[in-house]
Design a binder for this molecule. Structure first.
Ligand SMILES: [Zn+2]
Length: 345
């Protein structure tokens, strides 16, 4: 009989290894590497998906000196076209709940509350999903410290990203982060090319608003975990809409790195979930669902014809439609009150 934990329904055989953060434990990156190897050898469906992804076509595009990438990855069709409206989500079984995971899937249990899983429809090598053990809605509030600690535990070789429930997440009903290799998303190397629109500082955390092709980028950098977490929470609250949608999470995507003691956060404020072209009929439909990866400059296409017609101006148009431009972010005055009002003289 399964010895199920009442809280989270994780069966013992689903746990490949555990990371608790105790001193002397093997590094988390090593644990993840072991999981990846285990799944490659023991889960045929994943091994096939991974090999297909490794053969994915990639094109480099240039938008006014900025590098953008387009990947053709038909294996992502399910994720890119997932119905994420509330009624569709209610009708389908949740694919991130522990009792719904494929029989061959194993996890690194991370600091008790999360399972690190290989993504069965990868964009990257490797590509992990970090899912909460319980069926909680996708929302960053309350999980900011987990995000920062996870980035630190994974170290220099990985980047953690978050898609808001209406900003590319295909599981808006189950809280999760994703992990990709460092520098796999162009913005990590390209961000300084973006024109600096505004800058500020508070409690040792640097803030900058930059203008990238088609979208505004907010960059935060700091070495004090508590200070970075507090300012990120304030920033998200400042972006939150009032009125009818008040109380809902602001629309944004976030990538987080931890390199040699420094957290760097790339936050893209969003306008909407999918571009209008997604909903066109027939050959005019463009099946692109922008999330953190796309906002960071790597466009995933799931149809060959979309991949072939992808040009830098088209990518910039798609990103521009779903993003807030730098000058629009600049009008959200509350953001700058957080940083510059308390900036040191
Ligand atoms: Zn779930």
């Amino acid at each position: 009989m399964r010895n199920m934990d009442i809280d989270d329904c994780v069966a013992p055989e689903q746990i490949w290894s555990e990371f608790t953060g105790m001193p002397g434990e093997p590094p988390l990156a090593r644990r993840c590497g072991e999981l990846f190897a285990q799944q490659l050898y023991n889960w045929q469906e994943f091994a096939t998906a991974y090999m297909e992804m490794n053969g994915a076509w990639l094109r480099e595009l240039n938008a006014a000196g900025h590098t953008l990438l387009a990947q053709y990855n038909p294996g992502r069709a399910v994720s890119a076209t997932a119905a994420v409206d509330a009624s569709a989500v209610r009708r389908r079984p949740c694919f991130l709940c522990p009792d719904r995971l494929p029989a061959a899937q194993r996890a690194v249990r991370y600091r008790g509350d999360f399972l690190i899983l290989v993504n069965p429809r990868p964009i990257f090598s490797p590509h992990f999903t970090v899912a909460h053990v319980r069926h909680l809605p996708q929302r960053l509030a309350g999980h900011v410290r987990t995000l920062l600690t996870l980035a630190k535990d994974l170290g220099n070789d990985f980047t953690v990203f978050y898609n808001g429930p209406r900003c590319g997440a295909s599981a808006p009903d189950h809280h999760h982060f994703q992990v990709c290799p460092a520098d796999a998303v162009p913005v990590e190397k390209e961000w300084e090319k973006g024109r600096l629109v505004r800058a500020g500082k508070r409690t040792g955390v640097d803030f900058a608003l930059r203008d990238l092709p088609g979208r505004g980028l907010v960059v935060m950098e700091g070495r004090d975990e508590g200070a970075v977490a507090a300012l990120l929470e304030e920033l998200i609250a400042a972006l939150e809409p009032g009125g009818e949608r008040g109380g809902e999470e602001a629309l944004f995507n976030l990538l987080t790195t931890y390199r040699d003691g420094l957290w760097r956060l790339f936050l893209f404020p969003r306008r909407k979930h999918r571009p209008d072209a997604y909903y066109r009929e027939g050959d005019d439909a463009l099946l692109v669902t922008p999330g953190a990866v796309e906002m960071g400059g790597l466009i995933i296409t799931v149809q060959e014809r979309d991949f072939l017609r992808m040009t830098a101006p088209l990518v910039v148009e798609i990103l521009g439609e779903v993003s807030l431009l730098a000058e629009e972010v600049e009008k959200i005055g509350e953001i700058f009150e957080i940083f510059t009002a308390s900036a040191p003289q």
